[in-house]
Structure formats: structure tokens, C-alpha cells
Design a protein around this ligand. Structure first.
Ligand code: SAM
Length: 228
């Protein structure tokens, strides 16, 4: 499957059934057990990243690009604590939901804006570029291009999360216990941490903090990389 196919499928999915599914998971209404588990795991990933950025003590001074922002699960709390955040997503439905959530939480905040955009079409420079749980939708050759592009936007730091390709998770994926099947979602791609680090290194970044969220159905490796 080539890039265009994957992107077209992902975009369509997140404007239709995927939008309904993920809006529920990222919301606070009633969901099934698997979705509840994914909701808890995803929130842990968000909390890890927010805690890292808050610990640095300079949030109010930095600009953040949240690429593939979904319904604003990260953009909104970061704006709430004073960062200037630009969130964007390939799905107009996700962005519409993010805008509504932001308005309900923050009112008309001047430090938060959203746009509908493929992350590879983003331009400009940001202190920090963050891309959480997006690479899972793309195979390795696309991940290389995407990370390279995101790196070109990041003045100081890039934070990524991805489904790690470990022996155990590969076996579990094969037997279908983890990662929702094609009827519910797009293909789920796992990535080797060493490959991601290699791409970051070749773009002038070295890894700093790392995190791992593991619940029963949600696995996300989080890497912070800083410009060398
Ligand atoms: C699993 S959700 C994660 C959303 C958000 N990053 C979060 O952690 O809450 C994946 C998101 O990536 C978006 N996405 C997928 N491919 C993209 C691309 N090429 N450019 C921008 N957004 C993309 C989807 O529309 C979806 O909103």
C-alpha cells in the first residue's frame, strides 16, 4: 500500500466511522470496556507529555505545533497552562470537534488555533513539534517522510509517540488480541524504536526523555528528541 492510499483511507476514516469512534474514546461519555481501557491509556500519554513540558517551566514562552491533534486532547490542556498552540489534523471532523471543545473549555483563547491540514503540508517554525498516536496509521516508509518533515518545523524539540514493534506485541497483534481489526479501524502499523531513533538522529535530533504507556489494549512509546 502506498502513501496516497494510506493517507486517503486514514482521512476518510477519521471523517466518518473513525471520527465517531475516537470522539467517544477521547470524550467522557459511556464506552465499552476496550474503549475505556484505550481512553485511560491515551490519557496517560497526554499526562506524561504535559508533565514533561510543565517541568521545564517555560510553557508560556514557547510555541507548540500539535500535528494530528485529533479532538484537541493535548492542544487544549497545553493552551490552558499558557503555551501558544497550533493544532492541526487531516480530518475536518476532528478539527471541528477540537474547536468546539476548546471553546467550551477556554472560551475564545488567543493562544490556541486549529487548522485542517495534512502534517506533511505544515509550514513555519515552532519551538516544539508534537505528534502523538499518528504514526500508527502509517508504514515505515511514510513514517520516515513524516518525521523528516516534522523535524524541519521544530526549532528545538520533537515529541513523538508510536506503537512499539516488540516481539510480544507483534505476536499479540498476529493473534488479533490487540489493535482493533480492519472492520473497526485502519491498519495499525508498529514501529521499531531503533528505526525511529535513527530517523531522528539523521535529522539532527537526539533522544532525551522517554515514556511508555501500556494498558491492556493501548501501547504507546513516547520519545522526546532535542536538536543536537
Ligand atoms: C489516534 S488519533 C490521535 C489524535 C491526537 N494526536 C491525540 O493523541 O489525541 C490520530 C489522528 O491523526 C490524524 N492524522 C492521521 N494522518 C494524518 C496526517 N497525515 N496529517 C495530519 N493528521 C493526521 C487523524 O485524523 C486523527 O485525528
Amino acid at each position: 500500500m502506498n502513501t496516497v492510499d494510506d493517507k486517503a483511507i486514514v482521512k476518510e476514516y477519521f471523517n466518518a466511522t473513525g471520527f465517531e469512534r475516537w470522539r467517544r474514546i477521547y470524550g467522557d461519555g459511556e464506552v465499552n470496556k476496550v474503549q475505556q481501557d484505550i481512553r485511560i491509556g491515551h490519557q496517560q500519554t497526554i499526562d506524561t507529555v504535559v508533565a514533561w513540558l510543565q517541568a521545564d517551566g517555560n510553557l508560556a514562552q514557547i510555541s507548540i505545533c500539535d500535528a494530528g491533534c485529533g479532538v484537541g486532547s493535548l492542544s487544549i490542556p497545553l493552551a490552558q497552562v499558557g503555551a501558544t498552540v497550533y493544532g492541526s489534523d487531516i480530518s475536518e471532523k476532528m478539527v471541528e470537534e477540537a474547536r468546539q471543545k476548546a471553546k467550551a473549555t477556554l472560551g475564545e483563547a488567543s493562544n490556541l488555533s486549529f487548522a485542517v491540514k495534512d502534517l506533511e503540508a505544515l509550514s513555519g517554525k515552532y519551538h516544539t513539534v508534537i505528534c502523538l498516536d499518528v504514526l500508527i496509521h502509517y508504514p515505515q516508509q511514510d513514517a520516515v517522510k513524516m518525521i523528516t518533515h516534522l523535524a524541519s518545523l521544530a526549532e528545538s524539540r520533537l515529541i513523538l509517540s508510536f506503537a512499539p514493534k516488540t516481539f510480544l506485541l507483534s505476536i499479540l497483534k498476529k493473534i488479533g488480541e490487540f489493535f482493533p481489526g480492519p472492520s473497526k479501524t485502519t491498519r495499525a502499523y508498529q514501529h521499531k524504536e531503533a528505526d525511529i531513533i535513527k530517523i531522528l538522529e539523521s535529522n539532527g535530533f537526539s533522544s532525551k526523555r522517554t515514556g511508555m504507556t501500556s494498558t491492556r489494549f493501548y501501547f504507546s512509546r513516547i520519545l522526546e528528541a532535542v536538536r543536537k
